[in-house]
Write a protein that binds this ligand. Structure first.
Ligand code: NAD
Length: 296
């Protein structure tokens, strides 16, 4: 079997176009422009790149982008004061604090100081609890993007066996909750899982979110399974820098029914879902119907 490639780049462009349409409608019919505030503390080069592309895409879909760049030695008090200001600013519907934060700042405290209804990353403990209990919440962007691709490919996921490899708070755990919400039978595998190959071989859906280059070989994949590769790993091969996932793409594509590539799979969906979440937050804040197909 040669797997169908799930084109995350094209799918993300479709999601962004849907968001842009809804934003145009909100402006025209309600006089409202969704606004996303991104807070960056320090000068981490990767974070700077992410923040820049988030800002650019926010503007491209017609939303307002508010960037707050703070010095690396910003005090917790000052950062919390800025978040308080953004929480109370009606023009701001979504707030994202770029992680990781410098060591002297308490990440949990900072994230939990964001108004949960503006927490477009879905990391606030209230949103984690709401998702865990199957209630309306803000859903973390990367797992939301994976869910959208899976729903688009399969229609219903009900009754499917899903394995999520990785148990982080930002990907693995919320991904498992979302799959459970769609009535999959879910296994969460991690670094202490016994006989990982055997666990993966039973799965109709494999979501790999580990951060280890090409650790899942093709012969772990059940014939016809759908493989969602969240991993982004920079490696050097043949003297060149290359991005690879957590799955060995070449061998997995020979057995899977469908697979996301790296790059061009989950990655582009993450920012598209951030925009979708900002739109959702804006609609909820204004008691307007939520955009269809853009939430969990
Ligand atoms: P993390 O380091 O927080 O978590 C990794 C998880 O993998 C841990 O729960 C650990 O138990 C598990 N693990 C480690 N070694 C293992 C092994 N040998 N077998 C099985 N499980 C093992 O990482 P994260 O933040 O969840 O990110 C995971 C990967 O996804 C990284 O490559 C990251 O860059 C990528 N990522 C991509 C996006 C995107 O937009 N595409 C977003 C977030 C993260």
């Amino acid at each position: 079997m040669v797997a169908q490639v799930i084109d995350g780049k094209a799918f993300a462009a479709k999601v962004r176009a849907q968001v842009a349409d809804q934003v145009a409608k909100l402006k025209e019919e309600n006089g409202i422009t969704p606004g996303l505030a991104v807070v960056l503390v320090g000068e981490d080069p990767a974070s700077q790149v992410y923040v820049r592309s988030k800002g650019k895409m926010t503007v491209e879909v017609g939303m307002n982008s508010y960037e707050h760049k703070l010095d690396v030695d910003t005090s917790e008090e000052d950062l919390l004061a800025l978040i308080d200001k953004l929480n109370n600013d009606p023009a701001v519907h979504g707030i994202l604090v770029q992680l990781p934060l410098p060591k002297h700042l308490n990440e949990d405290l900072v994230i939990n100081s964001i108004d949960p209804s503006k927490d477009v990353d879905g990391f606030h403990i209230s949103n984690v609890g709401l998702l865990g209990t199957g209630q309306k919440s803000m859903v973390p962007c990367t797992p939301l993007g994976c869910l959208m691709m899976l729903r688009d490919h399969h229609g219903s996921l009900s009754g499917m066996d899903a394995v999520v490899i990785g148990r982080s708070n930002i990907v693995g755990k919320p991904m498992a909750q979302l799959l459970l919400g769609d009535s999959c039978t879910v296994t969460i595998a991690h670094s202490r899982t016994k006989d990982l190959p055997d666990v993966v071989r039973r799965a109709d859906i494999v979501v790999a979110a580990v951060g280890r280059p090409e650790m899942v070989p093709g012969d772990w994949i059940k014939e016809g399974a759908t493989v969602i590769d969240v991993g982004i790993n920079r490696i050097e091969r043949d003297g060149k820098n290359k991005l690879v996932g957590d799955v060995d793409y070449a061998s997995a594509a020979e057995r899977a029914g469908a697979i996301t590539p790296v790059p061009g799979g989950v990655g582009p969906m993450t920012i598209a879902c951030l925009l979708a979440n900002t739109l959702t937050a804006c609609c909820r804040a204004n008691s307007l119907p939520e955009p269809e197909g853009l939430t969990a």
